[in-house]
Design a protein around this ligand. Structure first.
Ligand SMILES: NC(=O)C1=CN([C@@H]2O[C@H](COP(=O)(O)OP(=O)(O)OC[C@H]3O[C@@H](n4cnc5c(N)ncnc54)[C@H](OP(=O)(O)O)[C@@H]3O)[C@@H](O)[C@H]2O)C=CC1
Ligand SMILES: O=C(CO)COP(=O)(O)O
Length: 336
């Protein structure tokens, strides 16, 4: 059994902490809010992020980052993309030996266009990184905590480290595969949120199942087009972290991205939508990053561009869809 630290006590950090604690690991969850640490330690709940779920009593929390970092040599980073740099900077004050970092966040940073593993490398000194493994796939926290069968992928260029993470998390309801394609796994995980927002918009407009299938399929085509140009393995995009997560996120009421898109499609403004959801909606910032990546890599991404216009240029969702439908004629298969 291992000592494991999880940074970030939102829905995903807490759900993964439950998996690890149930696997027998000595798991410490770090939150930046002391009242939340007290709630987890005393009531064994995290009502804001996982309502009506009883946490294992052996799962403990702390609001002391130094204590969290010293607790183990395996650090699972589960804060939203926009908090990654800040958390790394704070951690660097205490880190003095090598740790295995597992990141589970799904995003790309706008403007720098960095993936999460790149941000971790930039903000943590090489002296403290044993390896970085990405854990990603179709995995709504709300279903994992009910022990519903879930499959996910641990990705790392160093397969031994991916296997170590596979062993750490795997159990009878949480099945972990390995993959060596970090670029493909990170790009698929981040960009599916953009398409999930678009799928929510389509559902908010009551456009039905044909439109949703079109968004998932053509969304995967544009994610693959970009991801392959960035160095990802084309087969990764057909796997759990590509198609798998795209399906889970575009079709689930658990998805914050789908729900946000749905409200936009029904006519709510973005600020109002984000207030209403009250949890991270990674796809909003990732849409900006994906739009910038499509220009940087000169890859056409019509769905991403249409959503970018809805989110950041006040385009009416219906007008964006109309424009997508009357674009110039195209061949369906364009990457081989
Ligand atoms: N939820 C899910 O099912 C899944 C989520 N993911 C990914 O995991 C990542 C985390 O998402 P999730 O847990 O769902 O998000 P939530 O919105 O549920 O929780 C985010 C957590 O991060 C905390 N946080 C925010 N900023 C900081 C900061 N600067 N320092 C410390 N803590 C901070 C929040 O604290 P506060 O309460 O103070 O805001 C909150 O506890 C995202 O990238 C998401 O895409 C991946 C797979 C599944
Ligand atoms: O990544 C997820 C499921 O795999 C969670 O998606 P949301 O962030 O849209 O809730």
């Amino acid at each position: 059994m291992e000592n494991v630290t999880i940074l970030g006590a939102g829905s995903w950090g807490t759900a993964l902490a439950i998996v690890l604690a149930e696997n027998g690991h000595n798991t410490l969850l770090w939150t930046h809010r002391i009242e939340q640490a007290n709630e987890i330690n005393e009531q064994h709940t995290n009502e804001k992020y996982l309502p009506n779920i009883q946490l294992p009593t052996k799962l403990t929390a702390t609001a002391d980052l130094q204590e969290a970092v010293n607790h183990s040599n395996i650090i699972v980073v589960a804060v939203p993309t926009k908090a990654i740099r800040e958390v790394c900077h704070s951690m660097m004050t205490f880190l003095n030996d090598k740790k295995l970092f597992v990141h589970v966040s799904k995003g790309i940073e706008p403007d720098t266009l960095k993936r999460i593993s790149e941000m971790l490398k930039e903000n943590l000194s090489p002296d403290v990184i044993e390896e970085i493994v990405v854990l990603s796939g179709p995995s709504h926290a709300e279903e994992v905590v009910l022990h519903h069968p879930t499959t996910i992928t641990a990705a790392c260029g160093n397969l031994e480290m991916a296997e170590k993470v596979q062993d750490l998390f795997m159990n009878q309801y949480f099945r972990v595969y390995t993959n060596e394609d970090v670029v493909g796994v990170e790009i698929g995980g981040a960009l599916k949120n953009v398409i999930a927002l678009a799928a929510g918009v389509s559902d908010g407009l009551n456009y039905g199942d044909n439109a949703k299938a079109a968004l998932i399929t053509r969304g995967l085509a544009e994610i693959t087009r970009l991801g392959v140009k960035m160095g990802g393995n084309p087969f990764t995009f057909a796997g759990l972290t590509g198609m798998g997560d795209l399906i889970a996120t575009c079709t689930s009421v658990h998805s914050r991205n789908w729900r946000a898109g749905n409200m936009l499609g029904k006519g709510m403004k973005l600020d109002e939508v984000l207030d209403n959801i009250g949890m991270v909606v990674e796809g909003v910032r990732t849409t900006k990053a994906a739009y910038q990546l499509s220009q940087e890599y000169d890859v056409p991404m019509p769905l991403t561009t249409a959503l970018y216009d809805v989110l950041f240029n006040d385009k009416e969702p219906k007008e964006a869809v109309d424009e997508l439908m009357i674009r110039m004629k195209k061949r369906e298969i364009d990457i081989l």
